[in-house]
Design a protein around this ligand. Structure first.
Ligand SMILES: [Zn+2]
Length: 186
């Protein structure tokens, strides 16, 4: 598959494209070739994103996530907002809490989190506090906002405000599949 560099906004009109953004220079779009970790692993990215999307398919609201380290899943999670009557039970938060309980915080440092929807401000804050090295999302906040309420700030904008926690962000991986879990535009 070809990998293009673009911004999350452009990804709305070109869903097969991907953005590769570093936390330290979120405003600058880095060509995929300049980010080997992101560019070299598209098949792996799609494999784990399919797991996140499978979680989303079973979720209260269609969001799922999986945390990966050294090619292995540490934990997965899906939105449990209704089941647990907990508005903070987003897929990423559930996966992070499970990974922490099983493996401790050191295991999350420099790990990768795959999520079917670009993380909200709460989840991206948690991702940065945990020191993840990479975050890969499918549908962008802007895409999701056509179907469900969103806090309108991008993960890259949040990451840019936390220079102590550099993170590589890749967006748009299987975005169409993630969006199919929602109904038609509202
Ligand atoms: Zn969230």
């Amino acid at each position: 598959m070809s990998v293009f560099s673009t911004c999350p906004h452009c990804a709305d009109t070109a869903p097969t494209r991907r953005s590769v953004i570093t936390g330290l220079a979120a405003a600058a779009v880095v060509p995929a070739a300049a980010a080997p970790a992101a560019a070299a692993s598209s098949d792996v990215d799609e494999r784990f994103m399919r797991i996140a999307i499978a979680e989303a398919r079973r979720a209260d609201y269609p969001f799922g996530a999986v945390i990966v380290r050294d090619g292995k899943s540490l934990a997965s999670g899906r939105n449990l907002g209704r089941t647990t009557d907990d508005p903070t039970a987003h897929g990423e938060m559930v996966a992070i809490r499970r990974a922490l309980a099983r493996h401790g915080s050191k295991a999350l440092k420099d790990a990768t989190i795959y999520t079917s929807g670009e993380p909200c401000a709460m989840c991206m804050g948690a991702i940065l506090w945990c020191g993840f090295g990479r975050m890969v999302f499918a549908a962008s906040v802007e895409q999701l906002a056509t179907r469900i309420n969103q806090i309108m700030i991008s993960s890259a904008d949040l990451a840019a405000k936390a220079p102590y926690a550099p993170i590589s962000i890749t967006g748009g991986v299987l975005a169409d599949e993630a969006m199919k879990l929602f109904g038609p535009p509202r």
